[in-house]
Design a protein. Structure first.
Length: 325
């Protein structure tokens, strides 16, 4: 709650210490994790695979004191309000990354990765019209795994602020050489050999009366004498895609020249062990021995099937509501 009585979520995080109130490490402010515990979306008894217990009483008290009582809500209603505010921020973020850039989110699947997105994935997909949610087996550590296997890359740029003419300006070749030297020095420091490097050039361009420039790939070599003519043609396609119009009769301003120098993609394939029994298929989870019901609050209380995600197999179909833990 802010001073004006508005419910806000973020941007500050409780971190790992003191963390959410339910961690029992001294955190006093209610968090999304506390709300998920109260709503029944998180099972407090098997958090981190059972290595850490969450204190529902502390989560309840934090939400009751800081949110529920000031707003005149019950604690489950306040927890649901926290969830909905966080969800609305995520929906806005998806629109910024898709609709504002000319893409229809309904044409995509949502990759649910990260430690907390799985709590919101289906609701987020429904909020933006996405029909399919993909959950990788290593979803909670997806980013860390990607970082571990990622190739090195360096981006350098030089601001030019020139009007794009028929041919490159006199400083063009010097800037190209300096940017490549700068990128190569950094890649050498990182131990990337010359034969493992590749370069992607682009430029930030805009119309004279445009506030924000648009990054445009260079369609040819930086040494090609027709580079600026091709760059102009490539740029005019971007406003048309983004905003529905272009103005090819106007001059263009070259704001930045960019070079992305990167290590070539690794040739090895990660070997991921397939769980035993993955080839088995079942239509329902009726045969599972560990099937339990859990009370969940989402605009009211209802019961949901609660099962271990390891018991999912190829071809299995679930009839909701259901929770995977």
């Amino acid at each position: 709650m802010d001073k004006g009585g508005m419910l806000r979520v973020g941007p500050h995080s409780a971190g790992a210490k003191p963390g959410p109130a339910c961690y029992g490490l001294g955190g006093q402010e209610p968090t999304i994790t506390d709300a998920a515990v109260i709503m029944g979306l998180l099972d407090s008894s098997i958090f981190l695979g059972g290595r850490m217990a969450l204190d529902e009483k502390l989560a309840y008290e934090a939400i009751e004191t800081k949110i529920a009582q000031p707003l005149g809500l019950s604690v489950p209603e306040a927890a649901y309000a926290i969830y909905q505010v966080a969800l609305s921020l995520m929906v806005d973020a998806v629109y910024l990354m898709t609709v504002k850039k000319g893409y229809d989110p309904r044409l995509f699947a949502l990759a649910a990765v990260g430690g907390a997105l799985l709590l919101f994935a289906t609701a987020l997909a429904a909020g933006v019209g996405i029909q399919e949610v993909v959950v990788p087996e290593l979803a909670p550590v997806f980013c860390a795994q990607g970082l571990h296997h990622a190739c090195f890359q360096i981006e350098v740029l030089r601001s030019l602020f020139e009007v794009l003419g028929e041919t490159p300006g006199p400083s063009w070749n010097q800037v190209v050489v300096e940017l490549q030297r700068q990128a190569d020095q950094e890649l050498s420091r990182l131990g990337v050999s010359i034969d493992q490097r590749e370069y992607v050039w682009s430029a930030d361009l805009k119309y004279p009366d445009q506030h924000h420039e648009i990054n445009t790939p260079l369609p040819c070599s930086t040494n090609d004498p027709t580079v600026w003519q091709q760059l102009a043609r490539g740029f005019h396609e971007n406003p048309h895609r983004l905003y529905g119009y272009s103005q090819p009769e106007k001059p263009l301003e070259l704001v930045n020249l960019r070079l992305l120098a990167k290590e070539k993609e690794n040739s090895f394939q990660d070997r991921i062990e397939i769980r035993a029994g993955l080839e088995k298929t079942r239509e329902t989870l009726d045969a599972l021995d560990n099937k339990k019901l859990q009370s969940v609050y989402l605009r009211g209380v209802f019961s949901a099937d609660r099962d271990l995600w390891q018991d999912l197999n190829l071809g299995m179909r679930l009839r909701g509501p259901a929770l995977k833990r």
